[in-house]
Design a protein around this ligand. Structure first.
Ligand code: AMP
Ligand code: ZN
Length: 117
């Protein structure tokens, strides 16, 4: 069921403390941790503790959590002292989504190109 922990979900396991992660922020509803394969000096993932498969599902199933995620992306940027940064939600495998638990990438600390690849 939407929102329930999934046994086979990597990010649910991080929320549960079953897999280690470098957690830099936590709220009642969210966790922020460093990406294991950083694409920039700052690369942090912000996730809801509840399992929703992507940001589109999150917005439909638990819109208040979508707002929590966006608020936390700003908090991460402030903590990391980023004036400019990119917030990315890859949605679908064609867009590069590989983990099916909604997450925002907060990427910064270097110059960036547009459009993204
Ligand atoms: P996406 O490809 O948008 O689904 O993003 C998934 C991200 O999770 C990738 O950037 C991975 O590098 C990252 N990732 C995978 N496993 C871990 C892990 N154990 N701890 C932290 N980040 C991870
Ligand atoms: Zn999950």
């Amino acid at each position: 069921m939407a929102g329930e922990p999934q046994d086979d979900c990597l990010f649910c396991k991080i929320v549960a403390g079953l897999i280690p992660a470098t957690i830099i922020r936590e709220t009642a509803t969210t966790v922020a941790f460093r990406d294991i394969n950083p694409q920039a000096p700052t690369h942090v993932l912000v996730i809801p503790k509840a399992h929703h498969m992507d940001v589109a599902a999150l917005a439909t199933e638990a819109p208040e959590l979508a707002v929590d995620i966006l608020r936390e992306t700003k908090a991460v940027a402030d903590d990391e002292k980023l004036d400019s940064y990119r917030t990315v939600f890859n949605t679908g495998s064609g867009a590069g989504q590989t983990v099916w638990h909604a997450h925002a990438h907060v990427i910064g600390g270097r110059g960036m190109q547009w459009p993204p690849g």
